[in-house]
Design a protein around this ligand. Structure first.
Ligand SMILES: NC(=O)c1ccc[n+]([C@@H]2O[C@H](COP(=O)([O-])OP(=O)(O)OC[C@H]3O[C@@H](n4cnc5c(N)ncnc54)[C@H](O)[C@@H]3O)[C@@H](O)[C@H]2O)c1
Length: 257
């Protein structure tokens, strides 16, 4: 029988996944758990997070990651509970927080700040908290989930979202240089469009058949992505196969140019 790609590789590894209640975070958390890891998952959505953990080796903690102290507390709780440094940290919590495009002169400070707080500041705060133990251990994998909006304008036309995801790429590269000497890699997965939640599905339905067809024609593989596609790329960056890869962005978008 052909062994599964990551068979045994993550056995008892301590893996932290943010934004794990739905979508990519759920698929990432469950994939690591299925590969034997001890997964720590966080989110603000209480029930959906519990659903992620059902029947799997996943420890949940509800936290609002727009509070940097909460980010640090989550990391330190994992270190205390597991008794070791985090092996893999996945900064997945993010998104547009229900915002829609507005002309730039109408964007409020609060809207701008909220998107940066979740998409950029939370990743900075979790890494800042996890770095000392990872450095002492001489190993670690950090994977930040960015977006196609990390390297080109966002289809959403939300200024803060594109800026924040570009910042995630910058943070990834800078941390890779700083943490590389300690055996820690830092990479980013840049997903294309995946209909992970109801609002995204509604937006997709609202496009109508013609527009949907033309968007799909712009994707080489002719389909939208699935959460598992993003989880697979994340596990790759965390695996030994990616041991000489750091500071890199992997677009996972079916070939969308
Ligand atoms: N789905 C897509 O098409 C797509 C495309 C590119 C990038 N992304 C990125 O992928 C990541 C995951 O996206 P998704 O589509 O799976 O879900 P999503 O964007 O709807 O939400 C991600 C998760 O973050 C959680 N979250 C929101 N606010 C939080 C807070 N204050 N504290 C803690 N958790 C909070 C949500 O509850 C949710 O579980 C995000 O960073 C998103 O920007 C998504």
């Amino acid at each position: 029988m052909t062994p599964k790609l990551h068979d045994g590789e993550f056995q008892d590894r301590v893996v932290a996944v943010s934004g794990a209640a739905i979508g990519f975070g759920r698929a990432i958390a469950r994939s690591f758990a299925a590969a034997g890891a001890l997964v720590y998952a966080t989110d603000i959505q209480v029930q959906a997070l519990a659903e992620t953990a059902r029947g799997a080796r996943i420890v949940t903690q509800v936290a609002d990651l727009t509070d940097r102290r909460a980010c640090a507390e989550w990391i330190h709780t994992i270190e205390r509970d597991s008794g070791r440094a985090i092996d893999v940290l996945v900064n997945n919590a993010g998104g547009m927080l229900g915002q829609r495009h507005k002309p730039v002169e109408e964007v409020s400070d609060a809207d701008w700040d909220a998107i940066f707080a979740l998409n950029v500041d939370a990743s900075f705060a979790t890494v800042r908290a996890a770095a000392p133990q990872m450095k002492a251990a001489g190993r670690g994998r950090i994977i930040n989930i960015s977006s196609g909006a990390a390297f080109r304008p966002s289809r959403t036309r939300i200024q803060a979202y594109a800026s924040a995801k570009h910042a995630v790429l910058g943070l990834t590269r800078q941390l890779a240089v700083e943490l590389g000497p300690y055996g820690i890699t830092v990479n980013t997965v840049a997903p294309g469009l995946v209909l992970t939640e109801i609002e995204k599905q509604k937006d997709w339905d609202a496009l109508g058949a013609e527009r949907q067809k033309s968007l799909l024609q712009g994707i080489a593989l002719g389909r939208l992505g699935e959460a598992q596609d993003i989880a697979d790329a994340t596990l790759f960056f965390a695996s030994s196969r990616a041991k000489f890869i750091t500071g890199q962005m992997l677009p996972v978008n079916g070939g969308s140019f």
